[in-house]
Design a protein around this ligand. Structure first.
Ligand SMILES: [Zn+2]
Length: 240
């Protein structure tokens, strides 16, 4: 039993009709879904579930093995076999897709500029942050990097999503900017999802992105922080 993750092949799907395949104390899993269950620094989607004439809020989504569980805001009686219609909060999700894609562009710019490899990132519904080891960084440099990312994003690079076998992944490992490729070995048991942005970035990635970097809009610098001796952090948002 598994939930088909439709957001993996089409991040622009806003709703889907699905069947309930398992009922939990706090929610239900369906045979397919448009709801991203969270992970890889990207928050889970929120939205609504419609059954017959009623519509309920979906306040939380999580993964249970290969199932995606939708948690309604108030108690909702569903049974295995019920047909439901799932709707994501598209405005929220689309902003998250733009924020997520902008982090790829920022990381590409930082690497191009100074060879920095990202040490962490987190996306929120209204902003995102990216961490990298760079003792010599300061706020002005951070703002310059964001400006450079805006130039690169506005060039309109295509964002491609595809799956590779573990063998293919190992063959293309020189393309990935990672300090230690062997950290991916534990995932090399089945198809791996790859997100490639023009010639500027390529990553193993389970998240949702826009189709073209021109959809990001304007990346706005929010805040710069020193986290410990080496780690530096930049907060950004996207406008409009
Ligand atoms: Zn990504």
């Amino acid at each position: 039993m598994q939930t088909e993750p439709l957001y993996w092949t089409n991040s622009y799907l806003k709703s889907v009709k699905a069947s309930v395949i398992k009922v939990y104390e706090d929610g239900f899993a369906t045979d397919k879904t448009v709801f991203y269950p969270g992970g890889g620094g990207q928050p889970f989607d929120t939205g609504w579930v419609a059954i017959d004439s009623g519509k309920w809020e979906v306040v939380k989504v999580y993964r249970d093995g290969s199932l995606v569980v939708h948690v309604p805001g108030e108690s909702l009686e569903v049974s295995v076999g019920d047909e439901v219609e799932l709707f994501i909060d598209w405005e929220r999700r689309y902003r998250i897709m733009r924020l997520h894609t902008s982090l790829h562009v920022l990381s590409a710019v930082m690497y191009e500029r100074s060879g920095y490899l990202i040490t962490g990132s987190q996306i929120y519904e209204d902003r995102a942050r990216i961490d990298f080891p760079a003792e010599e960084m300061n706020k002005e440099m951070a703002m310059e990097i964001v400006e450079e990312a805006n130039k690169v994003a506005s060039q309109g690079h295509q964002v491609e999503v595809f799956f590779v076998t573990p063998e293919e992944a190992r063959e293309m490992k020189h393309l990935f900017r990672v300090a230690d490729f062997s950290k991916y070995e534990k995932y090399m048991t089945g198809p791996l999802r790859v997100v490639k942005i023009g010639d500027i970035d390529i990553q193993f990635d389970g998240g949702t992105h826009v189709r073209n970097t021109s959809e990001i809009g304007r990346i706005k610098f929010l805040k710069y922080e020193s986290k410990g001796r080496r780690n530096r952090r930049i907060y950004i948002t996207v406008e409009p």
